[in-house]
Structures are given as C-alpha cells and as structure tokens.
Design a protein around this ligand. Structure first.
Ligand SMILES: *Cc1c(COP(=O)(O)O)cnc(C)c1O
Length: 463
C-alpha cells in the first residue's frame, strides 16, 4: 500500500535538484516569525533582540558560538501542547531533542511528562526534580544497570523494545519486589518523513517489534504472563519532521487492531496507546507546521473512530513531541570570521562553530535559514554557503542562504530553529569546545549549560 514517495524527507534529500533554493527574500532584514522564537525582533538600532536582550550584548557577555534559548517561547509551546491534549491525554517531551536541568524544571512546572533513553538522561531528569512516575524510559538496548535504576526510581513506564527485554525487565522488577508498568513498542509498517509517508507490510529497522507476522501479538502474550510486568499499553513512533497526519492515521488504526486482537484473545483492554513524536517544525519559510491543537484534535478523532469500529473503549492517548517543542525556541549565534568569493562558483562565509554544534546539515542534509543579526544592511542579496571552522569539507551549517552582500568579519549571524538535536548531538570534533546554552527571559540572560573549557577536555584525557 505505497501511498507515495517522499522526496522532501531528510533521508531522501538527494532527490532535490542541486542548488534548490527559493528566490531571495524581498527584505533581507526581515525576520520570518515562522522560523524565529516568539520574542525575537529587531530594535530601533537594527540589532536583533530576544527576550528583551540584544544579541551584541549576548555575544559580548557569553561569547560565540552560543545557543540562545527563549524561555518564554519554550514554556508557551510546552503549555500549548499540554492544553491541546487536555486532561485525558499525556504529553511526554522527548528529552533527546535537548535536555538540561532548567528545561526539566520548566517542563515539570508546565505539567508535561518526560521521555528519557539513557542512564544519563534519567539522571538529569531526576536531579532536576522530575517525579519518576512522570518519566518514560525508552531505548532498543537499555543495559541491565539502566533498567535497574529506572525500576528502583519508579519510572512511570518502561517502553519494551525486544523479546529479550520483556524477560529482562520482568526479572529485574521481580527481584526488586516490584511490578513495573510497561508499554510495548511496535512497528506498524509506516515510514513517515516531512510531507509524505509510505505504508509497508514490514519494517526493516532496529526499533520495536513488528506487528507483521503476529510478532507484536506474541510479545503482548509473553509480557502478560510475567509477574514483574504491568502491561499498560502499546507504543508506536513513525518518523520525524512530519507534517502530514495520514501516517499517524494508518499507525493508529494498526495499533488499535492489535488492541482488539489482545482483547479478543486475553479478555483485556489495554488502557493506553502512545503515538510517539516526530511532528515537524519550520526550519525555513517553506515549511508549514501544524498547531498543537490541530494535531491533538486529529489524533483524538483518529483513535476514537478506530476504537468505535473495533468496539473498544478509547484508550488514554500519549504523544512525545521533542523537536516541535524545543526546536523553534533557540537560535545559534555565530560570529563571521572570513568570507571567500570563488569566482563563478560560490561565496563561502565561515563562522566560529560548525558541525560540532550542528551536525544535522551534514548528517541529514537538513535545511536551515540564517540572518545577519548585529545590524541591518541596505546591500543587495548574495547567495552564500555558511560553513564552520572544522577540518572537513562537509562542515556546512547552511547550504544556500541569501545574506547581504556587505557581510564582513565581525558581523553576527544567527541560525534559527536550532533548539532540537543540535546541542544534544554536539561533539568535540577537532577538540572544539561545545557552546553554552544561554536562556533569556524578560530582559535577562543566564547560562543554563556553560561553555566547555580546555580544562574540561583535558580532564578526561588522563594521559
Ligand atoms: C525521537 C523520538 C521522539 C521525538 O521525536 P521528535 O521528532 O523530536 O518529535 C519521540 N518518541 C520516540 C520514541 C523517539 O524515538
């Protein structure tokens, strides 16, 4: 049942013609509210401000590169998801998108739950006071130590990802005298990216247990037999940067099909389903993401309809947005170091970070936009490639960007929508120091994750 190809998906970006870009914007100084966090604007001097703090002051105080996180925008997005899904559903923020103790506290205060997928993420969540029962623990290869810590802490759910793990978690829970709530992660044969999805009969991926061939049904059967487990539901996560709800529709129908089989075979109606994350955001002005209330309404309708058809009580729904909450809330602030015009080829603009602070362009062929933020300019547009400072020609931050032709060393550039999967995937390649995360709110800026130092690097290197 192949619906269509998905040429715009990150794994298929090679389908795009070389040099694909829109016409230059009519005003290079304008800031599209779609890609910038809510409090971003230009002040009377033409300098961009966020949370009431101007970027020149930020660069002066905290240095560049830096991730600048708009706390009001983060809270507003978290709250919008919480409100949209209401009291009979749960929103789990996917911590892998970006996790820090400040963010954990904001999520807690805004009434969200939290997904973690490693001992390190679990430790961060617990150390910032997230109640264990509001934490879900994911991963396709959780270590026995990680499982034991999660069970001891009393996490609200462990999402089981393999037959071995079903036995492993049951054993550990029983040995601790506990009954661990679990969901079983299934693969439903839907592969979704951006605007399109493909529904297939089987899944070739490392996550989850396939519905195909009755494997997921067998997993539920085994889990229901084990004392240490309380099987609370089924989990499905279909992809990332998705705009089209039809992939969720097929996934939800297939998950409900499993709930019905479980009811028919075992006489139990599992009370929860989790539809995962993956909702898209605007990286450039070409993207049109949906609002949380539209997504919530669509998912509720899809699940309710499928359950009515199967004569099942509608289960409690949960979702796991990561990118859709944190992605738009931050930009990366860079300083221009050099510019290089290669006649008849391209103009390169080098900034003081690169693939160590944003690997997504190199890894997924991701598209970003960029703006001159330390001043306005009346110069015409030049098509440029913004690159980093690493010893690697694939070190590209923004593949094709229109910037003012008078751009010069010392100018500050900002790349919006870098809140998700940038700091969390940052590396020390070339022994470059990972940038700080600076949170701004109501005219004040504070470091929530500090810049790495050479001492930090050398401390790990014990000679
Ligand atoms: C990555 C992931 C998410 C979050 O994905 P986003 O694209 O950031 O929304 C949610 N759930 C699971 C299981 C994931 O692996």
């Amino acid at each position: 049942m192949s619906r269509s190809a998905h040429p715009a998906g990150p794994r298929h970006a090679d389908v795009l013609p070389e040099g694909h870009y829109s016409a230059p914007p009519t005003d290079l100084n304008s800031l599209d509210p779609k890609v910038w966090s809510q409090t971003v604007e230009r002040n009377a001097d033409g300098v961009v401000t966020v949370g009431g703090v101007d970027v020149k002051a930020l660069a002066e105080e905290f240095g560049t590169p830096a991730y600048v996180l708009d706390e009001a925008d983060f809270r507003a997005r978290a709250r919008a998801w919480r409100t949209a899904f209401g009291a009979d559903a749960d929103v789990f923020y996917a911590g892998k998108a970006f996790l820090s103790r400040a963010v954990v506290r904001w999520l807690h205060e805004e009434g969200l739950n939290l997904d973690v997928c490693s001992g390190g993420e679990l430790a961060t969540a617990l150390s910032a006071g997230m109640p264990a029962e509001r934490i879900a623990f994911h991963g396709n290869n959780k270590s026995p130590e990680e499982i034991e810590r999660a069970v001891r802490a009393g996490v609200g759910r462990i999402v089981l990802d393999s037959f071995q793990e079903i036995v492993r978690v049951a054993h550990i829970a029983r040995s601790l005298g506990k009954r661990q709530p679990v969901q079983i992660r299934v693969t439903v044969g839907v592969e979704a990216h951006t605007h399109e999805f493909i529904a297939t009969a089987h899944e070739d991926q490392k996550f989850g247990i396939p519905l195909a061939g009755g494997q997921a049904a067998e997993a539920v059967r085994r889990a229901l037999q084990l004392d240490g487990l309380d099987v609370i539901g089924i989990h499905s996560h279909i992809g990332s940067q998705i705009f089209d709800m039809s992939g969720f529709e097929v996934a939800a129908q297939r998950v409900v099909g499993l709930l019905k089989d479980v009811r028919d075979e075992h006489g139990v109606e599992l009370p929860e389903i989790d539809l995962g994350g993956g909702l898209g955001i605007a990286y450039t002005s070409d993207d049109d993401p949906r609002e949380p209330h539209e997504i919530a309404k669509a998912l509720h309708e899809i699940v309710t309809r499928a359950c009515e058809a199967a004569r099942l009580r509608t289960p409690r729904i949960s979702v796991e947005p990561g990118r859709a909450i944190v992605g738009p809330t931050a930009f990366t602030l860079y300083e221009v170091g050099t510019t290089k015009q290669l006649e008849g080829l391209r103009t390169y603009v080098s900034v003081d970070g690169g693939m160590s602070d944003n690997i997504r362009t190199a890894l997924y062929d991701a598209e970003y936009s960029v703006a001159l933020v330390s001043r306005t300019s009346d110069a015409g547009p030049m098509l440029a490639r913004v690159v980093g400072k690493h010893c690697e020609s694939g070190d590209i931050v923004v593949k094709d960007a229109f910037l003012p032709a008078d751009l010069a060393p010392g100018d500050l550039l900002a790349v919006p929508a870098t809140g998700a999967y940038c700091r969390s995937m940052a590396s020390n390649y070339n022994h470059v120091l990972r940038p700080p995360v600076v949170a701004v709110r109501d005219g004040e800026a504070r470091v929530v994750v500090r810049r790495e130092t050479e001492e930090d690097l050398l401390r790990l290197d014990v000679g």
